[in-house]
Design a protein around this ligand. Structure first.
Ligand SMILES: C[S@@+](CC[C@H](N)C(=O)[O-])C[C@H]1O[C@@H](n2cnc3c(N)ncnc32)[C@H](O)[C@@H]1O
Length: 396
């Protein structure tokens, strides 16, 4: 299958340079996606959207960013409508959310627009360049920063991400003869990439299960194994490090994490014995990360329990967890759908098309089934008592 040859060479070089001629799967995924010259996300910004490999919510319509903006306004109100109010977007892709949020605030909530400070943290230089080109009109409202440039406890407002955590490199593990092994990548005689299982590269992999309340191997020698031999899945240590960084930068406010995933018990269900690794190439998804190397996205579902538990360690309170469809409905998606039948002069086929797009945001078997995890830090007792608009159920 067609690979990026320069990237394959770079990965082969990394393997050859490593002490045991093998790199962890996490290292492989990091190189495949983010190698500074040849990685999937480094070689261009056109990967997302209809002409790319996969579609995210903001690529369906501006309503996603606008409804998020409704949540930010509500957060600003809860926090006393003070300035400064920061929005920190992490992993902004083509910058659609930033454009939609800022345009909506300018139109509908000029008071917040006047004082908002919008910052993007973006790892891919190609994506960053694309964002800067797309968002020139907001240049006086918008900054790009690296984590090193953001001072600890400097953010007052809301940090958020959409489909960032699923794009972080994961370690893969395997249960073999009742032992926890890690998957490494090495090269075969014909230079193709192959996997080998060996001792874990870090004790953090075993510790991760304690963090999320999963007993992968029975503690007592004689006890029956819940997980079958050959069971494999992923562990997202990068997500824990990321969360620690965000929590460290947040002084007061909220963290919203939107992504696909499960709570730990569902994630590590014994039946899900092949894990959740997914690759996306021109809207085709499959589970082979060794084809289309550098030309396809590689992702893993998010373990929301791990984010909650790690958050507690880092001083974040769990505010709530809700499906994206319900979250957006609470923020006004239903009203937008209902308004279609009363919009004067709207053409019927435009109305039907728009209805389909809006339904796409809440379809429980698609984007609507994503999880929205909300955590907070530094809020007063009074602020903590207020229920966020996106978490309010009808009639609550
Ligand atoms: C799947 S895309 C999602 C883009 C966008 N949020 C959307 O919804 O369309 C993941 C984005 O996260 C960026 N990214 C990956 N790892 C990152 C990190 N550690 N810090 C900041 N951005 C990161 C990628 O370059 C890409 O822009």
């Amino acid at each position: 299958m067609e690979n990026n040859p320069a990237l394959c060479k770079a990965i082969e070089k990394a393997i050859a340079a490593s002490p045991q001629q093998r790199i962890s799967f996490a290292n492989y995924m990091e190189l495949a996606l983010y190698h500074p010259q040849h990685g999937y996300y480094t070689t261009g910004a056109g990967k997302i959207g209809g002409a790319g490999d996969f579609v995210t919510s903001p690529h369906l319509c501006a309503d996603f960013g606008e409804l998020l903006a409704e949540q930010f306004v509500n957060i600003w109100e809860i926090m006393g409508q003070k300035a400064p109010f920061h929005l920190l977007e992490m992993g902004a892709g083509q910058g659609l959310i930033a454009g939609d949020v800022l345009a909506y605030l300018q139109r509908q909530y000029p008071d917040l627009f006047e004082i908002v400070e919008y910052t993007i943290v973006e790892k891919s230089p190609a994506m960053k360049q694309y964002q800067q080109r797309r968002l020139t009109q907001w240049a006086n409202r918008l900054h790009w920063r690296t984590w090193e440039e953001i001072a600890p406890e400097s953010i007052v407002g809301c940090c958020f991400s959409n489909e960032l955590v699923d794009a972080l490199p994961v370690h893969q593990f395997l249960l073999e003869n009742g032992q926890l092994k890690e998957i490494y990548v090495t090269t075969d005689f014909d230079s193709s990439f192959i996997e080998i299982a060996a001792e874990p590269s870090t004790p953090r992999i075993a510790e991760y299960f304690a963090l999320t309340g999963i007993e992968l191997l029975p503690r007592d020698a004689g006890a029956t194994h819940l997980y079958p031999d050959g069971y494999r899945s992923e562990v997202n240590l990068a997500a824990l490090d990321w969360l620690e960084k965000v929590a460290g930068c947040l002084k007061k406010g909220y963290l919203l994490t939107i992504d696909y995933g499960y709570p730990a018990q569902r994630y590590y269900s014994p039946q899900r014995h092949k894990g959740t690794l997914q690759c996306y190439y021109q809207h085709w998804h499959h589970d082979n990360p060794y084809i289309y190397v550098g030309k396809q996205d590689i992702t893993a579902h998010v373990n929301f329990t791990a984010l909650e538990s790690q958050g507690e360690f880092c001083g974040l309170e769990r505010v709530g967890f809700i499906q994206q469809g319900l979250f957006l409905m609470a923020l006004g998606l239903g009203d937008r759908i209902a308004a279609l039948s009363t919009t004067p002069g709207i053409n019927i086929s435009t109305a039907l098309q728009r209805r389909e797009v809006l339904h796409g945001l809440m379809n429980p078997t698609g984007l609507g089934g994503f999880g929205v995890l909300i955590q907070s830090k530094g809020l007063s007792e009074g602020e903590q008592k207020q229920i966020l608009k996106g978490l309010k159920m009808p009639n609550s």
